[in-house]
Design a protein around this ligand. Sequence first.
Ligand SMILES: Nc1ncnc2c1ncn2[C@@H]1O[C@H](COP(=O)(O)OP(=O)(O)OP(=O)(O)O)[C@@H](O)[C@H]1O
Length: 304
Amino acid sequence: MIEVRNLTKRYGGSLAVDDLSFTVRPGVVTGFLGPNGAGKSTTMRMIVGLDNPTAGEALVNGRPYRDLEQPAHTVGCLLDASWTHANRSAAAHLKMIAAAAGLPATRVDEVLSLVGLSDVAGRKVGGYSLGMRQRLGLATAMLGDPEVLLFDEPVNGLDPEGILWIRRFMHARAAEGRTVLVSSHLLSEMAQTAQDLVVIGRGKLRAQTSVEEFLSAAKSSVILRTPHVDEFTRAARSENVQATFDPQQGVFLIDGLRAPQVGDLAASLGITVHELHEKRASLEEAFLALTDQDVEYHGQESTR
Ligand SMILES: Nc1ncnc2c1ncn2[C@@H]1O[C@H](COP(=O)(O)OP(=O)(O)OP(=O)(O)O)[C@@H](O)[C@H]1O
């Protein structure tokens, strides 16, 4: 269990994390979403004691990281997989970390096998692919067999096979009853990986919800196709219905009503309907709607 309470981090004049509160429960994968610069990495660093909060606190199993009696058994993290020594083998790297954390060397073989690196454990990490380095990072996080796991953008740059492997790995750890918090800006990936979501923007909480609720609360529009464009435009205006005609698609987009209400309205006016359905925003669209004002730099090419 992770509890973040009124967590705040100030760098000079700017607030990287601003009075942030949320909880992460065990047994599920929780996605930590936000645009670039939203404060995800800073929050994760404070949870694992790598950064001190300006105000507020982050608790792991009820305690701040520095007060944990057995930190390596309580929390494991993958924050940056690129820090390994290129000339060291994966086995040597893990043995060094295990020794420093007071963990038995037998754990090294166990975690290597857990992430599927046993056969290449003697090879220098410098020759590893990105996917292999990520697996080594996961092995490092698992050394202490911790109850709480944090992963910062673990699928960044991986191919579909690597993404699938990491997704399965996270599901398996959550199914073991662990608390799994994983940050990502890949929203479609999160929809398939996470059950719960914590969404932040400019250091502030935007939503804490399940993926299912997030999607069902996302704005939906009704799509109506009718040959009676002028009549429906007039009717919508007189009924105060927000309907926009898309000339390219040849359909109306109607906000604020459900499909049956639009159907009833059309029927009451004797307007023929050729198509009528609700279009729910995807996770990506819902996320963008929630955090649009938080994106630090909108690209020139932005299609939004
Ligand atoms: N050590 C630091 N000194 C000054 N500013 C910092 C420092 N670390 C982070 N920041 C700033 O804090 C804000 C949050 O950064 P953070 O890296 O936590 O965001 P993020 O959501 O992880 O973004 P990304 O997805 O790009 O990694 C940014 O504006 C960043 O520039």
